[in-house]
Ligand binder design. Structure first.
Ligand code: ATP
Ligand code: MG
Length: 576
């Protein structure tokens, strides 16, 4: 974060901050600081490819890179790895910056693009050719695959591998000048076709691709490959620790090889396990498919694991940072339960979200013995966790709404809410006793009738008698009508990619991942809420105002339900 970051950078390079829990990445950095390897500097980067919106896995990487830099009084760059113009888009560049900022991090004046280095990368490529370490290859993509070999068998050398340095230089310059069609030639590193590591089998460094780049326009018709561009970009920016995900572990020898050959500044690559969540999808390709095929309303659909989707749903940046801290870093793949994420947002919002009474599925309750035109007001504190948030007034009248689920004609065993003959507490108000229910011609209950005990004002009976159930309510004549959207997991299977033969991963999508309740009633104090505001609706969970809201109808997203809210309310423990 910018504030703490600024303070810490004044005392740059003094090793770890005591409060930060140790992990293997910090251990490596500590060791480097002790040996003085990078002059005790810590300089990381977050290097997204602008080919999609960021998701919660990226959030982990952002928190890790920016967090480590801040903790060590170092710096973190934001660098777009924009080496593939055919898939990249300015829309993504903008959204990524917005998301990193929203998470609470600041790259200050260190926004870079791999494309800033295209000229220099080209120089490094010529250098490799001049050292006999790179060659122009005429094999087609398919032939190259055949020559590559497998994990168990060595590859075969390309027939073009032994071209002279002069011929290679000439051909490479002509590739750059646009003399050859797309895909007809590549520049390849000349390493070892028998290497046990397939990444070292003469990997491609440059390909011919006629595509307009969002920054360099049509200047280039050859583009560097990721592995080549990435290590040199890190080197140019004097990154100390290049933190990436585990799939790059086998690429590290190549990362080191390029930098060693050109004898340039050499960062340390460190890999950690990807953060994954069950019952959702994190592959950019699949997320894009969900958007394009309209399974979701867009990248920011509140069901999406994208940062913008989670922002719209109402997650706080604090809760995502808390999650990143809590899950730590691992060297081996570990699946994190959705509950860990949900606990983080509950913990954060419990302290901050004002409480409201909201009835999601309304059922009319008429208090037969309450004076027709009388209105009382009950005081309720806005957040029992934080008294400084003040209190509000709840109007109470003869006709109320309660949840349909809080009434049963025939109560199941252990049901402590309303049923004929039963008495409950209306939160903050009175005891009421159910005396009957009216039905329509089809036998559906239209309203229930109660009597109230005037001697139980405030929710405690004067004679000391107790009730087991407490339910929430709103005054029908005072409540605001709103739409509430409830969400469930996107996938029916823990692993969305778990597909039967001939099936598609799309078959695993949960058809009921969103439920829209369009006739909810919320206490009138909600009427000042605006887009992004967050509340706890008693017994229902945490909700935020969706940007789809157009006055006067408010639209809410449920961020997360309360943990065991029903169980707790039955025991009268809920702090509401
Ligand atoms: P692609 O398949 O397009 O490469 P990617 O998810 O790797 O997708 P990048 O834009 O390359 O996307 O990722 C930027 C950074 O975020 C990389 O350093 C990457 O290692 C990290 N990252 C991506 N996904 C995760 C994840 N699930 N957990 C942790 N870090 C991640
Ligand atoms: Mg990537």
């Amino acid at each position: 974060m910018s504030d703490s970051h600024d303070k810490r950078s004044e005392s740059a390079g003094n090793g770890p901050r005591a409060a930060a829990p140790s992990n293997f990445i910090r251990d490596m950095i500590d060791a480097d600081n002790i040996s003085g390897r990078f002059e005790r500097r810590v300089h990381t980067r977050f290097p997204p490819e602008p080919n999609g919106y960021l998701h919660i896995g990226h959030a982990k990487s952002i928190c890790l890179n920016f967090g480590i830099a801040a903790d060590y009084g170092g710096l973190c760059n934001l660098r777009f790895d924009d080496t593939n113009p055919s898939k990249e888009d300015i829309e993504y560049i903008e959204s990524i910056q917005e998301d990193v900022r929203w998470l609470g991090f600041d790259w200050e004046d260190r926004l870079f693009y791999a494309s800033d280095y295209f000229d220099q990368l080209y120089e490094y490529a010529e250098q490799l050719i001049e050292m006999g370490k790179a060659f122009v290859c005429d094999l087609s993509a398919e032939e190259m695959r055949e020559y590559r070999g497998t994990l168990t068998t060595p590859g075969k050398e390309s027939p073009y591998r032994n071209r002279s340095i002069e011929e290679n230089l000439d051909l490479f310059r002509r590739m750059k000048a646009g003399e050859f069609p797309d895909g007809s030639r590549t520049l390849r590193a000349r390493i070892d076709m028998a290497s046990g590591n397939i990444n070292m089998r003469d990997p491609v460094i440059y390909r011919i691709l006629r595509a307009t780049h969002h920054r360099t326009g049509d200047k280039w018709c050859i583009y560097p490959m990721y592995d080549f561009a990435h290590c040199f970009s890190d080197s140019i920016e004097k990154i100390t620790h290049s933190i990436c995900t585990l799939e790059f572990e086998d690429h590290r020898p190549l990362y080191d090889w390029f930098l060693d050959q050109c004898q340039v500044y050499h960062p340390q690559q460190i890999e950690f396990a990807r953060f994954e969540l069950p019952y959702t999808v994190m592959s950019k390709r699949k997320l894009l498919e969900l958007v394009n095929k309209k399974y979701v309303s867009g990248w920011d659909d509140p069901r999406m694991p994208t940062i913008c989707g989670m922002r719209r749903r109402g997650y706080t940046p604090e809760s995502l940072r808390m999650l990143a801290e809590r899950i730590g870093v691992a060297k081996k793949k570990t699946m994190i339960e959705v509950g860990v994420l949900e606990d983080c947002v509950r913990e954060d919002l419990n302290k901050r979200a004002p409480r409201m009474m909201a009835v999601l599925r309304p059922l009319k309750l008429v208090i037969d013995n309450y004076p027709e035109s009388q209105v009382e007001e009950f005081e309720s504190i806005n957040n029992p966790e934080d008294e400084s948030m003040g209190s509000r007034k709840l109007p109470f009248s003869r006709v109320l709404y309660i949840e349909q689920d809080d009434f049963r004609e025939v109560p199941p065993k252990g049901y402590h809410r309303l049923f004929p003959g039963a008495e409950v507490r209306l939160k903050h108000a009175y005891f009421v006793k159910c005396v009957g229910a009216s039905k329509d011609a089809r036998g559906q209950i239209t309203e229930i009738h109660c009597t109230y005990d005037p001697d139980s004002r405030g929710g405690e009976a004067k004679d000391g008698r107790k009730v087991k159930g407490t339910i929430h309510w709103v005054s029908a004549g005072h409540a605001v009508t709103a739409e509430v959207r409830l969400y469930d997991r996107l996938s029916l299977k823990e692993d969305l990619g778990d597909v039967e033969e001939g099936g598609s991963w799309l078959d695993n999508l949960n058809p009921n991942s969103m439920e829209v309740l369009s006739d909810c009633r919320i206490e009138r104090n909600i009427d000042r809420a605006t887009s992004g505001d967050r509340f706890q609706f008693l017994r229902h969970g945490y909700f935020s105002v969706d940007p789809d809201t157009t006055a006067p109808k408010l639209v809410f997203n449920r961020i997360v339900s309360l943990k065991d809210s029903w169980a707790k309310i039955e025991k009268g423990q809920t702090k509401v």
